[in-house]
Write a protein that binds this ligand. Structure first.
Ligand code: TRP
Length: 470
C-alpha cells in the first residue's frame, strides 16, 4: 500500500517544509502580477468575488485531491495516474491527465519566465536609481522601453530560465527549503508596508472600492445599443478567467501539486495544509491589489492597463517614497524569488517523468525541459514587440495571450475536472478515505460531496457557458 512506497526523487524533510514549498509554488507572479492586472481588466469587485468563490469551492477541494493522489502514487503525475488507475481497476487513459499537465506546464513556463525576466530587469532598474522620482508617464515609458526591446527581454528570460534549471537540477530539497522559509515571510512583510504606503499616498478609498464593491451587472453583462433600448446579455468570459486564475494561482490542474504531494511524508494532514496554503495565497493576492489600485487611481492610470500594470504603478511608489531606491530593489528581488519558487514547480512534473522513464539524472532532465520552455518563450518575448501587431494576433490575442488563455483558462480547469472525476468515480471512496484520514466524518462527507458534485458541475457549467451553450 501507499505507506511502503517512497519517492524516487526524494522527500520533504517535514510536513512544514511541504507546506512552505507549496506556498512557494502557489505564491508567485500569479498573485502579484497577474491578479491585479486581470482584476483591473475585468472590472474589479464582482470578478474578485467569483475568483474567491472558485478558490473556496473548487480550488481547495481539488488541491486536496491532487495532494492525496501524489502521496499515494509517489511518482511523477503521469506515472502516478497510470499506476493508481491500474490499482483501482480504472482505464489507463487516466494518465492523459498527466500528459496534458506536462504540456500545460511548458506553455505556462514559456511565458512565466519572460515576465519573471521583467522583474529581474526592474531589480537593476531600481538599484541603479533609474526609478528615482519617476512620474506616471516616465514609469510607463521605462516599461515600454523594456518590453519594446526583444534583446533585453531575451537576456532576462534566459537568465531566469537558467536559474530555474539550476534549482530543479539540484532536487526538491536542497536550496529550495531555505529560500522559501526566509523569503516568503519577507515578501509578505514588504507587501504590508506597501499597502501602508498606498493607504497614505494613494487613493485608498477608490482602490478599495474598486476591489470590494461588488456590482455583478458591471462585470457580467455586456450591453449594446442606445440608452433607451439597451440590450444586455450575460457575459461569461470573466467567469472563465476568474476560475482559470483560481487554478493558476494555486498551481492546480497540471500536476505540480501532485508532484509535490509525492514527496510528502506519511501521516501529514492534507486538509490542514491545503487550507493554510490557500489562505496564504489569497492574502498575498489581496494585499498586492490593495498596494496597487490606490496608486493606479491616484496617478490617473487605467486599471485595465494590462500585463504591464504593476510595472507601471509600483515604480511610482518606489520612485517617490523615502528610501524607495533600496526598498524597490529589495521588493523586486523578493518578487523574483517568489517567481523562482513557482517556476521550479511548473517544471517538476516533466522533469520527474523524464527521470523515471529515461533513467536520466535530474540535471540532464532539467536542462532539456528548460531548453524547450526557453525556446517556446521566444514567442512570448516577441508578443510584446515584433509580433504585437494585429497581423500576428488571433481573436485579438497575441501569442502570449493565447498561451496564457489556453493553459490557464482551458487546460488547468480541464485537468482539475478530470482529477476530481478520477478521485470521485475512477478510484472511489475507499482510496480518499484512507489517504485523507480525516477524523471528523462530517468534514470528509462535505469534501466528498464537493469533489463528486460541486466542483465538477461548477467547472463544467463555466465551460459550457463560455462556449455559449447557455
Ligand atoms: N501559482 C503560481 C503563481 O501564482 C504559478 C504556478 C506555479 C503554476 N506552478 C503552477 C500555475 C502550476 C499553474 C500550474 O505565480
Amino acid at each position: 500500500m501507499s505507506s511502503q512506497r517512497v519517492s524516487l526523487h526524494g522527500m520533504w524533510s517535514s510536513r512544514a517544509i511541504f507546506v512552505m514549498a507549496t506556498v512557494g509554488s502557489a505564491v508567485g507572479l500569479g498573485n502579484i502580477w497577474k491578479f491585479p492586472y486581470i482584476s483591473g481588466e475585468y472590472g474589479g469587485g464582482a470578478f474578485i468575488v467569483v475568483y474567491l468563490a472558485c478558490i473556496a469551492l473548487i480550488g481547495i477541494p481539488i488541491m486536496m485531491a491532487e495532494i492525496l493522489l501524489g502521496r499515494r502514487g509517489r511518482s511523477s503525475p503521469i506515472s502516478t495516474m497510470r499506476q493508481l488507475a491500474r490499482e483501482e481497476g480504472a482505464s489507463p487513459a487516466w494518465s492523459l491527465v498527466g500528459y496534458s499537465g506536462v504540456v500545460a506546464g511548458f506553455l505556462i513556463l514559456s511565458f512565466y519566465s519572460v515576465i519573471a525576466g521583467w522583474a529581474l530587469a526592474y531589480v537593476f532598474q531600481s538599484a541603479s536609481g533609474g526609478l528615482n522620482g519617476v512620474t506616471a508617464e516616465r514609469a510607463a515609458g521605462l516599461f515600454g522601453d523594456l518590453v519594446g526591446s526583444p534583446w533585453q527581454l531575451m537576456i532576462w528570460h534566459s537568465v531566469f530560465m537558467s536559474m530555474t534549471v539550476v534549482v530543479v537540477a539540484r532536487g526538491v530539497r536542497r536550496g529550495l527549503e531555505r529560500a522559501v522559509t526566509l523569503l516568503m515571510p519577507a515578501l509578505f512583510a514588504m507587501l504590508l508596508i506597501m499597502v501602508g504606503y498606498a493607504y497614505v499616498e494613494g487613493d485608498f478609498i477608490r482602490g478599495f472600492e474598486f476591489m470590494f464593491n461588488v456590482d455583478f451587472s458591471k462585470v457580467f453583462q455586456l450591453c449594446t445599443g442606445a440608452a433607451e433600448e439597451l440590450q444586455c446579455q450575460f457575459h461569461g468570459e470573466p467567469v472563465l478567467v476568474a476560475m482559470g486564475h483560481a487554478f493558476f494561482t494555486l498551481s492546480l490542474g497540471m500536476g505540480a501539486i501532485m508532484a509535490y504531494g509525492a514527496y510528502v511524508p506519511e501521516h501529514a494532514s492534507i486538509t490542514g495544509a491545503t487550507i493554510a496554503i490557500a489562505i496564504a495565497d489569497t492574502l498575498v493576492a489581496l494585499l498586492a491589489g490593495l498596494a496597487i489600485f490606490p496608486i493606479v487611481f491616484a496617478s490617473g492610470l487605467e486599471p485595465a492597463a494590462g500585463p504591464g500594470l504593476i510595472f507601471q504603478t509600483l515604480p511610482i511608489a518606489f520612485g517617490n517614497m523615502p528610501g524607495g531606491q533600496w526598498f524597490g530593489t529589495v521588493f523586486f528581488i523578493l518578487l523574483v524569488f517568489a517567481a523562482w519558487t513557482s517556476s521550479i514547480s511548473i517544471a517538476e512534473p516533466a522533469v520527474a517523468w523524464l527521470v523515471e522513464i529515461r533513467g536520466w539524472r535530474r540535471g540532464s532532465a532539467a536542462v532539456l525541459v528548460g531548453c524547450l520552455a526557453w525556446f517556446m518563450g521566444i514567442g512570448s518575448v516577441l508578443s510584446f514587440n515584433l509580433w504585437s501587431g494585429e497581423e500576428y494576433q488571433l481573436f485579438g490575442k497575441t501569442l502570449f495571450d493565447l498561451k496564457d488563455f489556453l493553459a490557464s483558462n482551458i487546460m488547468l480547469p480541464l485537468g482539475g475536472l478530470l482529477i476530481a472525476l478520477f478521485v470521485a468515480y475512477g478510484a472511489g471512496r475507499h482510496m480518499a478515505l484512507e489517504e485523507l484520514a480525516i477524523s471528523r466524518q462530517h468534514l470528509f462527507d462535505a469534501w466528498w460531496f464537493v469533489i463528486r458534485f460541486v466542483a465538477p458541475v461548477g467547472i463544467a457549467m463555466v465551460f459550457l457557458n463560455s462556449i455559449g451553450v447557455f
